[in-house]
Design a protein around this ligand. Structure first.
Ligand SMILES: [Zn+2]
Length: 368
């Protein structure tokens, strides 16, 4: 059972009541004496700093100030369980590896290591058997098998990609390349800028393969994009889909295309399949081209598979839909329902709020 002990903090920890009162006059004199002695106190006049700190008033912490708690075990006498450490028999770990061939055991630094659970395990047979029977080991084994299958798929796709593109680093081993792809994918998935990988590089490389500078790793993004498109193509296969598209000038001129469909478990799924940053706003013809290229060429959406298109009623989108209907005649054209809901808010009569927002926007508009 763990108990919590607060880390002593000189600034934030509750101090004796003496520190809450004003510094007495005598103390003030002492402090003045210390600060005035330019040559510093001699060895016989050593300042008792802890005593001084205990008498100085500490600032009161805000409720927002984080209280750090260190979880620690209770003292030895109060611990539950036997607390005895099993004595390791003098059996070579490789014997156990041969004895349990399907349990993903290996020898690391002359110790028996479970590759599935990623932890050292005992060579003592009864303890090892207990580990193998545990639910944790069972689920870790399944995870490891699926991870190995995933790695093999990535490696196979890499080989196909190499034949067409010959990217830099194609001569590296499959393990290194797959590891790098998984790292880049994790960063992209988490929405963490890839440049941050340089800060984590040392710790990532500690127990795995060598990485590279983030600028080199970014070269893997086109491959990941292809892989992602292959996965989306597989997801939407045989499903009716709807497409949503719109542009914004929020950061720069940008266009997004989103697909929506219902999966086999009747769950609504959504995939962003295009996010383009543009020099200028698109014409209707250009929007139609992007939609057809993305849906037909890249995702192999068949002509009767696209059943709906949702967009706002900007004239460029009217043109785009007319062109899109040539390839996808079954689609239902849905004028923007979201914008309709948005317009409801515009009709609410809130004069004070309008005035406030106007002033607020005016305040920040000139700022860089
Ligand atoms: Zn294990």
């Amino acid at each position: 059972m763990d108990t919590e002990t607060e880390i002593p903090d000189v600034c934030n920890s509750p101090e004796p009541s003496s520190c809450e009162v004003d510094v007495p006059n005598l103390m003030r004199e002492e402090i003045t004496d210390i600060s005035l002695s330019s040559s510093g106190p001699s060895s016989s006049e050593t300042v008792d700093v802890p005593n001084l700190l205990s008498r100085l008033k500490c600032p009161a912490s805000s409720d927002l100030s984080r209280k750090r708690k260190l979880k620690s075990n209770p003292p030895k006498g109060l611990r539950s369980g036997k607390g005895s450490v099993a004595v390791e028999p003098s059996i070579p770990p490789s014997t156990r590896v041969k004895e349990f061939p399907n349990e993903h055991l290996s020898v690391v630094s002359r110790k028996l290591f479970c590759q599935a659970c990623r932890e050292p395990v005992s060579v003592k047979k009864s303890v090892l058997q207990q580990h193998i029977r545990s639910a944790k080991h069972g689920s870790s084994k399944k995870l490891l098998v699926s991870r190995k299958a995933q790695d093999k798929t990535i490696a196979d796709m890499l080989r196909k990609y190499d034949k067409n593109k010959h990217p830099i680093g194609e001569g590296l081993s499959d393990e290194v390349r797959v590891f790098r792809i998984k790292v880049v994918k994790s960063f992209l998935k988490a929405g963490v800028p890839l440049a941050k990988v340089d800060c984590f590089r040392e710790v990532f490389e500690e127990s795995a393969f060598r990485l590279s500078h983030s600028s080199n790793l970014s070269q893997l993004i086109p491959f990941i994009r292809e892989q992602e498109f292959a996965s989306i193509t597989e997801d939407i296969k045989g499903n009716n889909i709807g497409v949503i598209f719109d542009g914004t000038t929020h950061v720069c001129e940008a266009m997004v295309i989103v697909l929506r469909f219902i999966d086999a478990d009747w769950q609504i799924q959504q995939r962003v399949v295009r996010l383009m940053l543009l020099a200028k706003s698109l014409t209707g013809e250009e929007v139609a081209r992007q939609l057809i290229m993305c849906l037909s060429n890249e995702l192999s959406v068949s002509s009767n598979q696209l059943v709906a298109a949702m967009r706002d009623r900007a004239s460029v989108n009217n043109v785009a839909i007319q062109t899109l209907k040539i390839v996808y005649p079954c689609l239902l054209d849905v004028g923007c329902f979201s914008h309709t809901l948005d317009h409801v808010g515009e009709k609410i009569n809130a004069n004070v709020l309008d005035e406030f927002i106007k002033v607020l926007v005016g305040l920040f508009t000139p700022s860089p």
